[in-house]
Each structure stands twice: as structure tokens, then as C-alpha cells.
Design a protein around this ligand. Structure first.
Ligand code: PAN
Ligand code: ZN
Length: 194
């Protein structure tokens, strides 16, 4: 993990660059992906999820962590690309999480594509915010967040969150969100999660 170059003086070239297509470039950029196999448990239609190709990529994440995870006061930058697709009538989506520290907020900003930011409070009240190029979303620290791609093209969004936020995936894995975003006659609708 690199630290900030405090002993340098003068003019430096950027360490990481964003291209306006959305993605990041630079040796410090980390990449990860989630396939249908990784995400099988989160979709409602278990039979369809099991029948699908487990290697099919649902989303990719690039991240730049200029400080170590857990350091107070730092910020991370992420770029998520969700492929278009569905499992049954449910749109491809991110796993979703609470921040381990429920006081740590986050920004999401949409670069391209169409989607829905699904948010849930601590009483399981769940709602959606439409995402399209330029939409900016402030996610309060106590809200779980997940994104679904409701369009026919990849959905790309930027995220910025505190380096000491941490991620609580277990609560979502066990209890899910209060509602699911389903395709109902070609339109996205939030359906209460049984
Ligand atoms: C984002 C997410 C990213 C992938 O950077 O981590 O979109 O979603 P999951 O983490 O739920 O798999 C973010 O919210 N960071 O805090
Ligand atoms: Zn987050």
C-alpha cells in the first residue's frame, strides 16, 4: 500500500486517472468481480440462479485505496460496472451492504446506463432512486445500499466512501432487503421480499 509522497516537491503526474467513459487507470487501481456463482444466494428465483452459468460476470469493481482500510479520515474511490441481465424477473444487481460503521456515508454518481439505487433503513423500509447519467446520490451511513441495472447496456457508477467505513455483507446475506426490484411487464417495480 502506498502512502502520500510527503517528501516530494514540485510537479507530479497524476497517480490515477479517470477516463470519461467511467473507468480508472493506474498501477494502484485494484480490480475485482462478482459472478452469478458468487451471488447465487441473493436472487429470489433459486432454480433460475442455479441453472445459469456460474461463471457469468454480473459486475466488476475498480477501487483506489490511497490509504489502508480502516485508517480514519481517508477516502476511497470506486467504479462499478453492472452488466445488463436478469435472473428470472430480477435485474442483475450488486450484493449490497451496510457500512460496518453506521455513521459513515457515501456518494454514488452515475456515469452511464440506467439503474436503481435500492436503499434500506434499519427498520427494513426500502425504497429506490432512479440512476441515469449524471445522477448523484448521497447515501446516509445508516442505510444499506445496492444497485440494480434496469437497462440494456452496462450501468457504470462512481462511489466515494470513507476508508474506515468497513462493509457488513452478512446482514444482507442473511436477511436481504425489505423489497426486491423486479421487471413487471417491462418496468422496474419494488416487490416486498417474502
Ligand atoms: C461500492 C460497492 C460496489 C459493489 O463501492 O462496494 O458497488 O457492491 P457490493 O460491495 O455490495 O458488492 C460501495 O458501496 N462501497 O462502500
Ligand atoms: Zn458502500
Amino acid at each position: 500500500m502506498s502512502t502520500l509522497p510527503t517528501e516530494l516537491e514540485g510537479i507530479m503526474t497524476p497517480r490515477v486517472c479517470l477516463d470519461w467513459g467511467g473507468l480508472m487507470k493506474g498501477p494502484e487501481v485494484k480490480e475485482s468481480s462478482r459472478s452469478l456463482g458468487d451471488l447465487r444466494g441473493i436472487f429470489r428465483d433459486v432454480a433460475q440462479a442455479s441453472a445459469a452459468d456460474p461463471a457469468r460476470i454480473v459486475y466488476r469493481v475498480q477501487s483506489w485505496n490511497p490509504v489502508n482500510t480502516g485508517v480514519p479520515g481517508g477516502l476511497f474511490w470506486g467504479v462499478t460496472t453492472i452488466e445488463p441481465g436478469k435472473v428470472g424477473d430480477e435485474y442483475f444487481m450488486t450484493h449490497g451492504h451496510f457500512h460496518a460503521d453506521r455513521t459513515r456515508a457515501e456518494y454514488y454518481g452515475t456515469v452511464s446506463g440506467e439503474g436503481m439505487l435500492i436503499r434500506m433503513d434499519d427498520e427494513r423500509k426500502t425504497w429506490g432512486e432512479r440512476m441515469s447519467a449524471g445522477s448523484l446520490h448521497y447515501i446516509e451511513g445508516r442505510h444499506a445500499h445496492r444497485v440494480a441495472n434496469t437497462g440494456d447496456t452496462p450501468l457504470i457508477f462512481w462511489a466515494c466512501w470513507p476508508s474506515d467505513a468497513g462493509h457488513d455483507y452478512a446482514t444482507i446475506k442473511t436477511h436481504g432487503f425489505g423489497s426486491r426490484l423486479m421487471d413487471k411487464n417491462g418496468r422496474p417495480e419494488l416487490i416486498p421480499n417474502a
